[in-house]
Design a protein around this ligand. Structure first.
Ligand code: GDP
Ligand code: IMO
Ligand code: MG
Length: 422
């Protein structure tokens, strides 16, 4: 029996969806514990592409239970659309999905405020997904949020929503934005609540009962370590605890029941949105974008790309307690002649072997690189460790060692079969 937490070890989009889909084969339940529909997790099954935003990626495997935990913020209209979209593609979504009654609800005023705050910030904007994530978590912390349990009770929803709309319309007017119609939002959310009611339950009790039966849980992290509200490059972060600790608070499963932490990282680095990215590099950006890769799964924005940053991933191993590493997108480096790996940061006279907390300092850091000779052979058809070019193996071993964790998976393509267990 093992409960596994899977986290992104970089700035999100590491390939968590693909690895979750692979690991779900050996799990009984997949649990999302943080974030909302700012996430976009891509899974390919054959030629069919699925992009999951709120529904755990485990939904694509039959007979697995998927849980949206209390730590998630749920846009119910978005969730209804996602469920309907999956059903249209022939995916069963019914009693294999449950949603926590204490997960907070994202409302249109959260999205509107998200957008308005970005405008106010001007050149200092975060580059959010505009899904209302920050304001929704803000309301949760301020104790004025509505939860899924409120959403599915129309009378309570009406009472609470009226107060929230009154307050938020005042703010929106002050910002020069259009106020919202209570009637319209109430009707839309009442309908979504009705649709979602069968899914809403006490997921904490459900998960503990499942553990008593001996079920194995897989926790699906969203975003990445450096987007964590506490451990990321604040303020250029999301608003939840994306790191391993978030799996406990975001699900109600206590720390001593967690057996293993898997970190997912790309063989290089990407980031979407603003904020420091020490190894950002035009050459690798152009190469990957030229291949049609590294465009956001949620917003379609081009991701910023850079060399592998082992200072960051080592830091990620530290704050998450990563045991095992899944390295994805190795094939993205197949044509590169000289591959750089960042092993330290230089800032003036100081050298860092961890990620400095001050985003300004991090933005000013110069990476110290070690060069690896590229393998310059396609890897996407490799089925085993032995079939990988020797220089690719050397590279993988080196980045895992620099990241202070064990290499567990090398991924050479988006498909399930393109997964090499090391
Ligand atoms: P997530 O948010 O961490 O689930 O990652 P995304 O789905 O946003 O982005 C990862 C992208 O890389 C997706 O398009 C995946 O299909 C793709 N992907 C994952 N692993 C591999 C790999 O090993 N090789 C290639 N070529 N693509 C991969
Ligand atoms: P997955 O789960 C990559 C980024 C946004 C922005 C910052 C804050 O697919 O890895 P938010 O909308 O959360 O307030 O935006 O965080 N961001 C992500 N970047 N992958 C994600 O999710 C992200 N979710 C949020 O681009 O910089
Ligand atoms: Mg993504």
């Amino acid at each position: 029996m093992a409960n596994t937490i899977l986290v992104g070890a970089q700035w999100g989009d590491e390939g968590k969806g693909k690895i979750i889909d692979v690991l779900t084969e050996d799990a009984d339940i997949v649990v999302r514990y943080a974030g909302g529909n700012n996430a976009g997790h891509t899974v390919f099954i054959g030629k069919q592409k699925y992009v999951l935003h709120l529904v755990p990626s485990g939904i694509l495997r039959k007979s697995k239970l998927c849980v949206i935990g209390n730590g998630v913020v749920v846009d119910p209209v978005g969730l209804v659309e996602e469920i309907q979209g999956l059903r249209k593609l022939g995916v069963k979504v019914g009693d294999n999905l449950v949603v926590s009654e204490t997960a907070h609800v994202v409302f249109p005023y959260h999205r509107e405020l998200d957008a308005q705050r970005e405008v106010l910030k001007g050149k200092n904007k975060i580059g959010t997904t505009k899904r209302g994530i920050g304001p929704a978590y803000g309301d949760k912390a301020a104790r004025v949020g509505l939860r899924m349990g409120d959403l599915i009770n129309p009378e309570r929803l009406g009472d609470k929503l009226a107060v929230r709309i009154r307050e938020n319309n005042g703010v929106l007017r002050a910002l020069g934005a259009k106020p919202l119609s209570f009637k319209k939002v109430f009707a839309e959310y009442k309908a979504a609540g009705k649709y979602l009611k069968p899914f809403v339950t006490n997921t904490v009790v459900l998960l503990h009962e499942a553990m008593r039966r001996g079920n194995d849980l897989l926790f699906e992290g969203a975003q990445g370590t450096f987007l964590d509200i506490d451990h990321g490059t604040y303020p250029f972060v999301t608003s939840s605890n994306t790191t391993a600790g978030g799996a406990c608070t975001g699900s109600g499963v206590p720390p001593h029941r967690m057996d293993r932490v898997v970190g997912v990282m790309k063989a290089y680095t990407t980031r979407v949105g603003e904020g420091p990215l020490p190894t950002e590099n035009a050459e690798i950006s152009d190469l990957l974008h030229g291949m049609g890769r590294e465009f956001g799964a949620t917003t379609g924005r081009a991701r910023r790309c850079g060399w592998f940053d082992s200072v960051a991933t080592r830091h990620a191993t530290m704050v998450n307690g990563i045991d095992d590493l899944a390295v994805t997108n190795l094939d993205g480096l197949d044509t590169v002649e000289a591959i750089q790996v960042c092993v330290a940061y230089r800032h003036g006279k100081r050298q860092y072997d961890f990620v400095p907390n001050d985003a300004q300092v991090l933005a000013e850091c110069e990476p110290v690189y070690v060069e690896f000779e590229g393998w310059r052979k396609p890897t996407h058809k490799a089925k085993s460790w032995k079939q990988l070019p020797p220089r690719a193996r050397t590279y993988l071993k080196a980045i895992a060692e620099l990241s202070n964790a064990r290499l567990f998976i090398a991924s050479v393509g988006p498909a399930r079969a393109q997964t090499i267990f090391v």
